[in-house]
Write a protein that binds this ligand. Sequence first.
Ligand code: GDP
Length: 330
Amino acid sequence: MVTFLAGGTGTPKLLDGATEVFDPASVAVVGNTGDDVELGGLLVCPDLDTVLFHGGGVLDRETWWGIDGDTRETNAELLRLADAAGLERGPRYLPAEAQTSGRDIARWRRFSGVAEFMTIGDRDRAVHVTRTSLLDEGRTLTEVTRTLADAFGLEIDLLPMSDDPVATIVRTDEGEMHFQEYWVARRAGPAVEGVEFSGADSADPTPETLAALDDPVVVGPSNPVTSIGPMLAVPGIREALDATPVIAVSPFVEDRVFSGPAAELMRGVGYEASTAGVAEAYPFADAFVLDEADGTDLDRPVVRTDTRMNDPDDARRVARAVDEALREVA
Ligand code: GDP
């Protein structure tokens, strides 16, 4: 058995190869939920959804979010209606009192659906309606995710890190904002001064996640601050990682990222934006998979390969390097 910790781009890319190198029935994926938002009353879980759509063979592989070929009629109409009504576009974060009332899991990340600021496709939206409705019927996020995973025909076990609310809030020179506002609406424009995980202190990892963390763990090439950081902030997860063999794949080649705001966020929370910074952020990692062009000298075992993943062949190559690193430390 092997467990992957996943955000929304790097690790799902790796899963392309991981499910060939490892038996899919033996793979668990713990997904970040710090990025989740409630939008117009619907709980959207971007990182879980990327793994769902990936496993279901419907992921849009240009963006690594949403369903390939999905229409966007409802989103377009929401924008048209807001403009016609003279409503300001937003993101429209709900007032403070609304952030802590209503369904618990959406605390501190509730946005109005007016002028929907994330582009939710029409089929994509059906997933959020189903998820939110099942939560309202009383199921946990873990149970709902399992139901959705069955519907998409996932072979791997997909687990949210927690059934409790954890909201990633970025502190910037333009004020505090939820990660999705910083990333999707502001395109990582404001300067990052820190990152907080609201609710993490009182969140619990689920029993399913803790059981999965008894197995060897692969921290995929995800954003260490906002994809893996929320997991590390949930009490119990870091301790579980200390107690099991852990391999980490760097999302950097020395100080260069492949995509996304990892560098700005790393610097914002006080780490060097580089593979060396990732190693510092992951003291529990027993070995690393680095790019062959990455000369970073680490104090732990390293397996090097070309870590750029553009297609399933690339992903297989990186997954084989992960397997090799696991054999070294397991
Ligand atoms: P997010 O939710 O979209 O931020 O997704 P993740 O946290 O999973 O992934 C973002 C990280 O994935 C970035 O830091 C990228 O550098 C890294 N990444 C994206 N593509 C690749 C790739 O092909 N190879 C490697 N090694 N890392 C990648």
